[in-house]
Design a protein around this ligand. Structure first.
Ligand SMILES: Cc1cc2nc3c(=O)[nH]c(=O)nc-3n(C[C@H](O)[C@H](O)[C@H](O)COP(=O)(O)OP(=O)(O)OC[C@H]3O[C@@H](n4cnc5c(N)ncnc54)[C@H](O)[C@@H]3O)c2cc1C
Length: 434
């Protein structure tokens, strides 16, 4: 049976929560779905020890009071056409149709390979932050945080709050780039306050610039990492390494819907106009899926997309100034945290690139496109379906990331056997996952 909603919102992070709230305010019947059991997305992920931040709590409480919003937890979209979504839940598969759709699928971490990065104990910076919030024990562990972007500070603060011994934060951007960035923060007082609060939480923990991890060492598990700095290299012993090189928009769903994607360097983002309309009628996108912009941009874009999806254009237009301001900050971020080319040259021929299928960089040497490489080596055909290695190889300048095709996440055979499947699987992109 197909359930119908006036407005369907995919993703219950800050953008999706705001979109659902705005659309419901105009009387629309709204479905808000997320693959996760709880609302909050990445930045507002529930913390088992400390709960949700006040702003997240307020947004979720306000939404819970809206009788016209149905919260669909653990609903993962695996297929789509311009009028409906194929969704897998822990027990079944359902088809949801919509008048308008808001795509608020967020972003994931960019993880660049270097020798030793697949050792147990090495994780993404946001990945370890998420584990700690879910009560994975980090108490007393010696943790090094490295890579690039403001997420490093946020991850370090969470780990510190959970009792980890954070040895240091190694930001690859240069000290000059960071100084120019800091000087501009006065134009966004809330961001400046957030940065100062994080630095206060992390008082006494060194924050190094122009500095990155070049190799991880260990026998069966991480024991030390090599750090490269402008003044030379050194080795530091640690139990955990949390390393992330920025964020990449999740565009698999808009791509499958036929929305035009824009290239931003090696990666793609959903193309939207000022009012967050995608190239497909009645499909809107908000938050990180249309470009890395941070929490403030995600919230304001969620509101605009929600108003638009409910047909309230005037309310959306009134917020355009706020969006422009939030997006200007995103541009400043992208400029100052651009990656040092040295990070692209850390992996050697023996370094694993696809950790699901154990494919090394050397094994991909003679391939010029991702499809041929995949068919011969199984690179990108594992559980993450190329989300990690595909983005890394694109960033390294090897192959552009393919468009993807349904199912966009691994699905149960029972789901693939439902009668709706032929229509959802008719996507013809030439890019194949198994
Ligand atoms: C790992 C990680 C940690 C981060 N931590 C912080 C932090 O501590 N502080 C900070 O300021 N910023 C953090 N960020 C940046 C953060 O992404 C943004 O600031 C903000 O969360 C963006 O909001 P959003 O609503 O656009 O996306 P998100 O918050 O990412 O929400 C997207 C939601 O969509 C859901 N989703 C995606 N695809 C599907 C699908 N096919 N079916 C169903 N559901 C789907 C996801 O489960 C997710 O809940 C983090 C980013 C990442 C990747």
């Amino acid at each position: 049976m197909t359930e119908h909603y006036d407005v369907l919102v995919v993703g219950a992070g800050p953008a999706g929560l705001a979109a659902a709230q705005a659309a419901a305010g105009h009387g629309a019947r709204v479905g808000l779905l997320d693959a996760q059991p709880r609302q909050g997305g990445q930045v507002w992920r529930h913390d088992a020890l400390h709960g949700a931040p006040a702003a997240a709590h307020r947004a979720m409480t306000r939404l819970a009071a809206q009788p016209s919003v149905s919260w669909l937890a653990q609903h993962q979209v695996i297929g789509a056409d311009p009028h409906s979504l194929l969704v897998e839940t822990p027990r079944s598969a359902v088809e949801l149709s919509f008048g308008s759709l808001v795509v608020a699928t967020g972003a994931r971490e960019l993880l660049l390979p270097f020798p030793g990065w697949t050792l147990p104990g090495v994780t993404g910076a946001g990945g370890l932050q998420a584990l700690a919030k879910q009560a994975w024990p980090v108490q007393g562990k010696r943790v090094l945080v490295a890579g690039s972007g403001p997420l490093l500070l946020a991850a370090a603060a969470t780990l510190h709050r959970h009792g980890a011994q954070v040895l240091g934060i190694h930001e690859q951007a240069s000290a000059t780039a960071m100084c120019t960035f800091a000087w501009q923060l006065w134009r966004w007082p809330s961001r400046m306050l957030q940065a100062l609060q994080l630095r206060a939480t992390l008082r006494g923990i060194p924050y190094h610039f122009g500095s990155f991890v070049s190799r991880a060492h260990g026998d069966g598990g991480l024991s030390a990492v090599d750090i490269r700095t402008p003044r030379g290299s050194f080795r530091i012993e640690c139990d955990l390494l949390a390393v992330g090189h920025g964020l990449v928009p999740n565009v698999e769903l808009p791509g499958m819907l036929g929305c035009t994607l824009d290239r931003h360097g090696a990666h793609a983002a959903t193309r939207v106009d000022d009012l967050l309309r995608t190239s497909v009628t009645n499909v809107y996108a908000a938050g990180e899926s249309c470009g890395i912009g941070g929490l403030a941009a995600a919230r304001i874009e969620g509101l605009i997309a929600g108003h638009m999806a409910a047909g309230a254009d005037t309310a959306a237009v009134a917020l355009l100034g706020q969006r422009r301001r939030a997006r200007r900050f995103a541009d400043v971020l992208a400029r100052h945290f651009s990656l040092d080319p040295q990070l692209h040259a850390l992996a050697d021929a023996g370094t694993i690139v696809c950790r699901c299928e154990d494919v090394t960089l050397g094994a991909l040497e003679h391939f010029v496109d991702s499809r041929a490489a995949r068919l011969a080596t199984r690179c990108g055909m594992g559980a993450c379906q190329g989300r990690i290695c595909g983005s890394a190889l694109a960033e390294l300048g090897r192959f552009p990331r393919g468009d993807g095709r349904p199912p966009i996440f691994p699905a149960r055979l029972a789901t693939l056997a439902t009668s709706a499947i032929p229509a959802f699987l008719s996507h013809d992109s030439g890019d194949h996952h198994a």
